[in-house]
Design a protein around this ligand. Structure first.
Ligand code: HEC
Length: 135
């Protein structure tokens, strides 16, 4: 009984540390599936903005391998935060002064958008940036 209590004391704090990070961090693999089905026609499977539709667009779809973003929907002075990308994906870019071609995606759930954002971040990380992978 005593050892049971001891292990509970060890496991419980660990669970409290691990659980929130699982809940908040998007699942990049799940996001890749949604991205490839809905976004890659413009943004390209690689994220370079060179999908079959995207290649012909002006302005070009954002190149996610660079990881440089244009919009700051929450107006806090930093573009391209998760909350900013979330707002652009949900509401479309036009609402924030961008192209209507980046249409709103209101049918995606918050969880799906989080997964997509994790995937978008990983497209840059593959280019050698380690900081976004560590987030
Ligand atoms: C019809 C083509 C098209 C599709 C499909 C599309 N996008 Fe875009 N996307 C664009 C274009 C064009 C821009 C650039 C808009 C601008 O600069 O005004 C853009 C920009 C973005 C940005 C950049 C926001 C910023 O602050 O720079 C994100 C993030 C984004 N798209 C995510 C997505 C996601 C996620 C999907 C799928 C759910 C998607 N897009 C589907 C064309 C598209």
């Amino acid at each position: 009984m005593k050892s049971y209590l001891n292990s509970l004391l060890i496991v419980l704090p660990l669970a409290l540390i691990v659980a929130p990070s699982l809940a908040w961090g998007g699942d990049a693999a799940a996001g890749a599936i949604i991205f490839n089905a809905n976004c890659a026609s413009c943004h390209g499977v690689s994220g370079k903005g060179d999908g079959p539709v995207g290649a012909a667009l002006t302005p070009a779809p954002r190149d996610f391998t660079i990881g440089d973003f244009s919009f700051d929907p929450d107006d806090n002075g930093t573009k391209g935060e998760d909350s900013d990308l979330r707002a652009v994906i949900k509401n479309g870019a036009m609402k924030f002064g961008g192209s209507p071609l980046m249409a709103p995606w209101p049918t995606l759930s918050d969880g799906q958008v989080g997964d997509i954002i994790a995937h978008i971040r990983s497209l840059k990380a593959e280019d050698g940036a380690e900081e976004s992978a560590a987030e």
